[in-house]
Design a binder for this molecule. Structure first.
Ligand code: FO1
Length: 318
C-alpha cells in the first residue's frame, strides 16, 4: 500500500510514528512543510523536515517534540556572548550540525530534496521524506502592534511572541511561484491513500496545499483523502492553531476545520470522541466522518488513530 502524508512538525511526526506501527509494510511518502524554514546565522533551518526526520529516526527530544535528544547549547551561548542572536530560537549543538550540512550542500548546488535525502541516509526514518518544494517559501504572519501593522516570520510569531497577539493574516511568501519538489505530484497521483495528519491546517497542511499543483493533485487523486482533526473539544491538541485559524476566518472546532478543507479535498474526516456531536454536521456537508480517540498519548493510541484513518479510507474508497 502506498500512503502519502502531508505533514507539519510535531503533530505530523508523532502521527507518522503511529502510522508506521499500524502499517509496517506500507510505502509511506511524507510531503513536508517548508514554510516554517528560517535562515539563522547564515544557516538554513528546516524545523518541520527535521522534526519528522529526528522523530522517526530516534533522535528527537521527546519532551519538547523538536530538536535533538541529549542536546547542549554551547554554540548558541558563544554566539550570544558576541551579541549575535536571535536568542529566542533554541538551536542546539547537535542540531547545528544538521543545518551546517544542509547549508553546505545547498551552497554546492544540491536542491533541498536531494539534501533531505542525504540527511535521511543517516537517520533512516523509514519513510520517503520530500520537502513540498525545492523553492524558498516562508510563512509570514501579519500582526498589529500599537496600531501599526507589520509582518513577522512565522517562527518569530510562534516562538518569540508565542502567538500572544492576534494574527491578522498568514502569507506563505513565495508559494505562488514555487514548484512541487520532484516526486511530490507523482507520489500523490500513485497513492492508494492520502492522509492529512493532525497538523496545523493553516501553517502546515495549508502551506503545502498552497504550492501550485499540490492542491489540484490531491483533489484529482484517485486515492481516498482522509484527515484527522487537530482540534479536540474546541481547542488545538497542541500548539496555538486557534490563532492562525482565526486569521483565515475558521472557527477552532473539529467540524469547521473539515469544512475548511472541504469536500473538494476530503473524502473522510476523523474527530475525537469528545466531538462526536460534530459528526452529523460534517456528514451533512458531504464528508463521511467518524468519532474515535484522537489523543496521541502513546505509540499504541497513535497507531490506533492511524488504523482508524486507514479503515475510513477503505470504507469510502470509490
Ligand atoms: N520551538 C520553540 O517553541 N522554541 C524554540 O526555541 C524552537 C527551536 C527550534 C529549533 C529547531 C527546530 O527544528 C524546531 C524548533 N522549534 C522551537 C519548533 C518550531 O518552532 C515549531 O514548533 C515548528 O516550526 C512548527 O511546526
Amino acid at each position: 500500500m502506498r500512503i502519502v502524508v502531508l505533514a507539519g512538525g510535531i503533530g505530523g511526526a508523532r502521527f507518522l510514528r503511529g502510522l508506521k506501527q499500524a502499517a509496517p509494510d506500507a510505502e509511506i511518502t511524507v510531503v513536508g512543510n517548508t514554510g516554517d524554514d528560517i535562515h539563522l546565522f547564515g544557516l538554513k533551518v528546516c524545523p518541520d523536515l527535521d522534526t519528522v526526520m529526528y522523530t522517526l529516526g530516534g533522535g528527537i527530544n521527546e519532551e519538547q517534540g523538536w530538536g535533538r535528544t541529549d542536546e547542549s547549547f554551547t554554540v548558541k551561548e558563544e554566539l550570544a556572548a558576541y551579541g549575535v542572536g536571535p536568542e529566542w530560537f533554541g538551536l542546539g549543538d547537535r542540531d547545528f550540525a544538521t543545518h551546517i550540512v544542509r547549508t553546505q550542500m545547498l551552497a554546492a548546488g544540491y536542491p533541498l530534496s536531494a539534501v533531505t535525502e542525504a540527511l535521511c541516509a543517516r537517520w533512516q526514518p523509514g519513510v520517503r521524506l520530500l520537502p513540498m518544494s525545492d523553492d524558498r517559501v516562508e510563512t509570514h504572519v501579519a500582526i498589529e502592534v500599537d496600531g501599526e501593522r507589520r509582518a513577522v516570520h512565522f517562527q518569530e510569531y510562534w516562538v518569540k511572541l508565542r502567538a500572544s497577539v492576534d494574527a491578522k493574516a498568514v502569507v506563505p511568501v513565495g508559494a505562488e511561484a514555487a514548484k512541487p519538489a520532484p516526486g511530490v505530484l507523482e507520489a500523490v497521483a500513485e497513492a492508494d491513500v492520502i492522509l492529512f495528519p493532525p497538523s496545523n491546517p493553516v501553517v502546515s497542511v495549508g502551506t503545502i496545499l498552497a504550492v501550485p499543483g499540490i492542491r489540484e493533485a490531491v483533489a484529482a487523486a484517485g486515492a481516498p483523502v482522509v484527515g484527522l482533526s487537530p482540534i479536540v473539544g474546541d481547542a488545538p491538541v497542541r500548539g496555538m492553531a486557534d490563532k492562525v485559524l482565526a486569521a483565515v476566518g475558521v472557527e477552532s472546532t473539529a467540524a469547521a476545520v473539515a469544512l475548511h478543507y472541504g469536500t473538494g479535498l476530503l473524502d473522510g474526516w476523523l474527530v475525537d470522541t469528545v466531538d462526536a456531536g460534530a459528526v452529523a454536521d460534517v456528514e451533512a456537508a458531504g464528508i463521511p466522518c467518524r468519532a474515535v480517540p484522537l489523543m496521541m498519548t502513546d505509540a499504541d493510541a497513535t497507531a490506533a488513530m492511524a488504523r482508524a484513518a486507514l479503515a475510513l479510507a477503505e470504507e469510502v474508497r470509490g
